[in-house]
Design a protein. Structure first.
Length: 398
């Protein structure tokens, strides 16, 4: 039993944001029917890294789904999707605004077919406005949302985050909206439209920094791993050259920090006793701390700081993170079976539920592998109908 058992999702998404939303729905039990063009969605051909015969990027966001190949541009293809919507609970798309309408897959059309359908649109910039029809990928979302302007080293060029945060967060917002709409449907019996977009995702991510801007009227600048208000906060190096981070946000942490370093002289130093003073004298304090940290290796300082209850961590490379005992204890790392045999490590469902946990039950589907079986079992199409659809170019049979 899973939290979303009995929920059927019609998924016409592509790339990262939409597939992330539908994959997580699938992880927690929903039946996800991924509708793809006859030659597959673009992510099947994106980048050059392969795992088990599939592109790694596709594999990362498409488990727990079944693949159905349908040409949405054909009248027969649209009719098939309409039949699926009649039997569905959730419809998720991430077309540019206007495309779903041209395909006859807009909310007005589908809600008339099935008033209980929860219809989720995930876009780059929103459904209206001067940018709504422009193409958007993660980098564009990070740039337009202001995140890049405050990311990077002081005085350096704007930098994007190393992970696709605009893609992932907009997909999570879509997921949140779907779950809220399903809950509301329990009371009203009606579905509704859910809208999420990358730009809103970035604005929500920036909320703390925006409040600072509104309070001061000053543009924020990149400051590396430092904090706009709190000091010490950032990356330091031990005598062995290994990097670690320290985050001191309160007077209590500052006192523990100084005690852990054996630097009681800093605790009530007139320049450093309060956070305002530490921030104003950041350069001098960081130079003194780095000189002190260079006297012992990073492991020594981390052991002292952990024992004192100071927020800190080594700066893990990916390989280090994967070996971290806490990561392993959290159970976030899982194994995904591959369509052609064997398995590969993956990041599993992120939220733990005690009674209805998420799980990985299906490998990322091969293109169109489930077309015939789903249309036959779910919609009752005959073999003759399937062959006819294939002859008309509406579907491709494996």
């Amino acid at each position: 039993m899973h939290a979303l058992s009995g929920i059927r999702v019609i998924d016409v998404t592509h790339h990262i944001s939409g597939p992330t939303c539908t994959m997580l729905l699938g992880d927690y039990g929903a039946e996800v029917l991924k509708i793809e063009p006859l030659d597959g969605e673009p992510l099947r051909a994106a980048n050059v890294v392969n795992t088990g015969g599939q592109r790694s990027s596709f594999l990362a966001v498409n488990r727990n789904k079944q693949s159905i190949t349908i040409d949405l541009r054909t009248p027969q293809g649209r009719d098939i999707v309409h039949d699926l919507v009649r039997a569905g609970d959730v419809f998720v798309e991430n077309f540019r605004p206007g495309v779903a309408g041209r395909l006859g897959l807009d909310y007005a059309t589908l809600s008339a077919i099935n008033p209980r359908i929860v219809y989720c649109s995930i876009t780059g910039f929103g459904g209206e406005g001067p940018c709504s029809s422009r193409p958007a990928l993660d980098l564009v979302g990070q740039a337009m949302g202001g995140l890049m302007s405050i990311t990077g080293e002081e005085g350096g060029e704007p930098l994007a985050c190393g992970a696709p945060v605009a893609d992932y967060l907009s997909g999570m917002h879509g997921l949140l909206g779907v779950l809220l709409a399903l809950q509301a449907r329990e009371r009203t019996g009606r579905g509704q439209r859910v809208e999420a977009n990358m730009l809103n995702a970035m604005a929500s991510l920036m909320s703390l920094r925006l409040q600072q801007y509104w309070a001061t009227g000053e543009e924020l600048q990149p400051i590396g791993a430092r904090h706009p208000q709190n000091t010490p906060w950032g990356v330091f190096k031990g005598g062995d050259g290994k990097r670690f981070v320290v985050a001191v946000s309160t007077r209590s942490f500052w006192e523990r920090f100084c005690a852990a370093l054996g630097r009681g002289d800093l605790t009530d130093h007139p320049d450093y006793a309060g956070n305002v003073g530490r921030r104003e004298n950041r350069a001098a304090l960081e130079a003194e701390l780095q000189r002190w940290f260079a006297t012992r290796d990073a492991a020594h300082w981390l052991a002292q700081l952990v024992a004192a209850g100071v927020p800190c961590s080594p700066v893990h490379a990916i390989s280090d993170m994967l070996e971290d005992e806490q990561i392993r204890m959290n159970g976030i790392l899982d194994s995904l079976p591959l369509a052609e045999g064997g398995s590969t490590p993956v990041v599993g469902p992120p939220v733990k539920l005690s009674e209805t946990p998420g799980s990985i039950r299906r490998h990322s589907p091969l293109l169109g592998a489930d077309t015939a079986s789903v249309l036959r079992s779910l919609l009752g199409y005959s073999e003759e109908q399937l062959l006819g659809f294939a002859a008309q170019g509406a579907i491709r049979l494996p």
